[in-house]
Design a protein around this ligand. Structure first.
Ligand SMILES: [Fe+2]
Length: 355
């Protein structure tokens, strides 16, 4: 199984993993042979990366953080919540479905043998609020599980994260989808989505006040430079500090209307570089241990010029996975060589290269 940028895919390649659309529906099943028309349609729809079968990487295992069914339920749940709020019926918002969905996500994550790999699903689609909410929830739950949270805390956190951007419903779509830089006034309006979200959620008696605070605080920064209240350090609830990391990393690795996704290693380095300024150092410590930079199956370029793919994650060194090299340099094929990069400190991954 290999992860390939769709630009480099030739017709005849066989899908190793089903292709799911942003609402969670299966577009193409695993095992389907890709035709030129499938490829061009997927490209038009905004897909960047697909998993294809590759005999040389048969031992690469696919891990999904949550099942396709759970993902579909999660999209439906957040879509329903949004509809309620859009209709102005937020006082009647039933959050039981949100609780059940989050419980289901937690069960999936806890039964997945290697949640570190979950980010493989986080690239590829155009900006899509539901997609962002679900992926941010997965990331936040991974960080929560790794922080030793009880099930009760995970549910509270997850419910808040799934609805953290709900206040965006009150913001004009023209501003949300603007492709050019925002004016000061427009940015001030965008910032309001945190307070709007809190207003919507905190009135709901079935929802913990701490979950509502996730919407309120997810843009606060550890050093006090965030919004809306410029809270600092422990003034920000731990759910807010944790969600801030998940939200930023997810946003950076996804496409947005105004830019393409950036490389996962760049997003990873950026997030880590903001420990102590934007983010709580403890959360960054957990992030570093539990989030894989290069998903299994992805193509990588090494500092010695060799090119290959990630075979397996290294739980103790997330940025030093097991890799298999197929190219001596950019173009020249060689006999496959396996490295556990943890044993080769002088060799580093310098870029992802999903040809
Ligand atoms: Fe937000």
């Amino acid at each position: 199984m290999r992860l390939v940028n769709i630009r480099y895919l030739e017709e005849g390649s066989i899908l190793a993993r089903q292709v799911i659309n942003p609402s969670g529906k299966v577009l193409l099943q695993a095992g389907v042979r890709l035709t030129a028309s499938y490829l061009s349609r997927l490209q038009t729809m905004g897909y960047d990366i697909l998993f294809i079968q590759d005999d040389r990487l048969e031992d690469v295992e696919l891990h999904t953080a949550i099942t396709a069914q759970t993902r579909e339920v999660a999209y439906k749940t957040i879509e329903n919540v949004c509809k309620f709020v859009e209709d102005g019926s937020e006082s009647r918002l039933k959050v039981d479905d949100v609780r059940i969905t989050v419980q289901r996500m937690i069960t999936d994550l806890l039964s997945s043998s290697d949640v570190m790999d979950n980010l493989t699903e986080i690239q590829g689609f155009d900006d899509y609020t539901f997609h962002h909410s679900v992926n941010t929830t997965i990331l936040a739950l991974v960080l929560g599980i790794a922080s030793g949270y009880s099930e009760q805390k995970l549910i509270e956190l997850g419910m808040g994260v799934l609805m953290h951007d709900i206040g965006k419903i009150k913001i004009s779509e023209v501003i949300l989808n603007k492709k050019t830089p925002l004016t000061e006034a427009e940015f001030a309006e965008i910032m309001q989505h945190t307070s709007y979200g809190f207003d919507i959620l905190h009135k709901n008696n079935d929802l913990s006040l701490l979950s509502a605070h996730v919407a309120f605080q997810h843009h606060e920064k550890w050093d006090g430079s965030g919004y809306p209240r410029r809270l600092k350090g422990s003034e920000i609830h731990e759910y807010g500090r944790l969600t801030a990391v998940a939200d930023v990393y997810e946003a950076l690795t996804s496409k947005r209307v105004y830019r393409n996704a950036i490389e996962p290693n760049e997003a990873y380095e950026y997030v880590i570089s903001q420990a102590n300024t934007h983010f709580e150092p403890r959360v960054i410590g957990v992030f570093k241990k539990h989030i894989a930079v290069y998903p299994s199956g992805s193509g990588i370029l090494l500092s010695n010029g060799q090119r290959g793919n990630v075979v397996k994650q290294n739980p103790t060194f997330p940025n030093r996975p097991y890799v298999r090299v197929f190219y001596q340099n950019e173009e020249t094929l060689c006999a496959p060589i396996d490295y556990n990069l943890a044993d080769y400190p002088s060799i580093m991954i310098v870029a992802s290269d999903n040809r």
